[in-house]
Design a protein around this ligand. Structure first.
Ligand SMILES: [Fe+2]
Ligand SMILES: [Fe+2]
Length: 335
């Protein structure tokens, strides 16, 4: 992938945006060493419930209900490894984008902050790859996710990179980490997600705070490009989370679990036709509603020009920023 970015110097070394500096202070204070903070001797139980119920809701399909406990255990391990692998690939993307942003952002305090984020992401890549290898194996990147990551790498606008990474993908990751951490039966995963989610809350806070001032400063022509990027990336992300696109690659999970993908598809279609529905889990953080959309709307990226495209994609323009502001004010996740 080719990233067209300019390196911008800030020769002033002045801190102009105090809230960004406060996040940098927190980032320095909350650095952790994965070799020390996490007890890697804690066993991974592949049969244990690794993910949250929403992500496992389709286990209620008759196709899975008729499996014996050993088959179900195998499927659980492979499926969890597949989902966690996507998070791992997203972490590698975040690592590289944070590195790019060190050069691309124009403000001194923002450069210091994203440098700390790059270190955070290196740790996340390290702990997720280590955990997944202990559980099973690392699965290939899901095609829609790879497509989104390519868009973020290849856009020439650093503000678009920040919308794609800190606002959309990290907003999605933060919600996922909080929800999986609350539900997982694996103590090792819960422990590492506690550390990762705290870092992620800072990253989301940084992206949203900085973007809100920087979008207002942009030239109108450039802002149009970032508006389009935000809309298209949100659309792809929602499709990945809700639609058939998100299931690309799932075949391999079934094959690895000695299950027939054809049987699965046929059985799922029959049950969906008979009224089977995947429902959201009460108490879960609703990522799109509480984190991603309020950030995009508040940053001024939903103009009258792009609004109809969100409507056409069935994406509601949630604008309540209370949950997002909690992360921004504290820069952390409440225990
Ligand atoms: Fe991360
Ligand atoms: Fe992050």
């Amino acid at each position: 992938m080719h990233s067209p970015i300019d390196a911008i110097w800030d020769w002033s070394y002045e801190i102009e945006q105090k809230r960004l500096d406060e996040l940098y202070v927190k980032a320095k204070r909350d650095q952790w060493n994965s070799d020390v903070a996490i007890d890697w001797t804690t066993p991974i139980d592949p049969g244990g419930k690794i993910l949250d119920p929403e992500r496992m809701a389709f286990l209620k399909l008759a196709f899975f209900q008729k499996l014996d406990p050993r088959q179900l255990e195998r499927f659980n391990a492979h499926y969890s490894a597949w989902i966690l692998s996507q998070l791992l690939h997203g972490e590698q993307g975040a690592l590289m984008i944070a590195g790019e942003l060190v050069a691309a952002v124009p403000d001194y305090e923002a450069k210091l902050y994203v440098a700390s984020q790059a270190m955070d992401e290196a740790r996340h890549v390290e702990v997720f790859s280590r955990y997944i290898r202990g559980l099973d194996k690392i699965y290939p990147v899901q095609p829609t996710l790879k497509d989104i990551l390519r868009d973020i790498v290849e856009t020439p606008h650093w503000q678009a990179k920040m919308v794609g990474m800190q606002v959309i993908l990290e907003g999605l990751a933060l919600g996922t980490f909080i929800n999986v951490r609350a539900a997982t039966g694996c103590a090792l995963l819960r422990s590492l997600l506690g550390y990762v989610a705290r870092d992620e809350a800072r990253h989301v806070a940084f992206g949203n705070i900085y973007l809100t001032t920087e979008i207002a400063r942009m030239h109108a022509d450039d802002r149009v490009a970032v508006e389009d990027f935000a809309c298209e990336t949100t659309r792809k992300t929602v499709a990945m989370r809700r639609g058939n696109e998100g299931m690309a690659g799932f075949d391999q999970v079934l094959v690895d679990s000695d299950l027939d993908p054809g049987d699965f598809i046929a059985s799922m279609h029959a049950e969906v036709a008979a009224g089977f529905k995947l429902s959201a889990t009460p108490g879960n953080v609703h990522t799109l509603k509480s984190i991603i959309m309020p950030g995009i709307v508040r940053a001024g990226l939903v103009s009258d020009r792009v609004r109809p495209r969100y409507d056409a994609a069935g994406i509601k323009l949630f604008a309540d920023t209370r949950v997002l502001e909690e992360f921004e004010d504290s820069g952390e996740v409440r225990a």
